[in-house]
Design a protein around this ligand. Sequence first.
Ligand SMILES: [Zn+2]
Length: 149
Amino acid sequence: MAPKQHSTPLSGRRSQGIDQGVGAGPGAVTTILAARSAEKRAAGEDLIREADDLLCQSWNERMWADGGPVDPSPSIDQAINADYPWLEIKCSRCKTPRAVDLAALPHVATAYVHDLAGRLRCQKCRKAGKRPAAELLQLWQRSPIGDGT
Ligand SMILES: [Zn+2]
């Protein structure tokens, strides 16, 4: 029986293994296509990670050089994906510094880093009955403060 014809080109030409049909029936084609899909997906994920990385660097640069604005910012998931899971903040009132582990923070997929300014409250000021916003400083690959809290 002749090998089954497929209209889907593999890199524009058919591989020898498939044409010869030596133990390479339609199941082998399925396996090759699935493997190629996995390769393409991995390559795509690498590109997305690179794009997320550039976005985090761009935001860091703006915050560092110009002090803001914080919006637009990467999404929390983009920062985590780019391996920038730490956000350095300080209290806008008492200036207490803090590093926030974004991965440990409950958040929705659509949440952006700049959304956190109003959410991250200073414990010290809270005890004093104040609720100042956090100043967002930088995204980091490792905790800039060390204790990670
Ligand atoms: Zn404070």
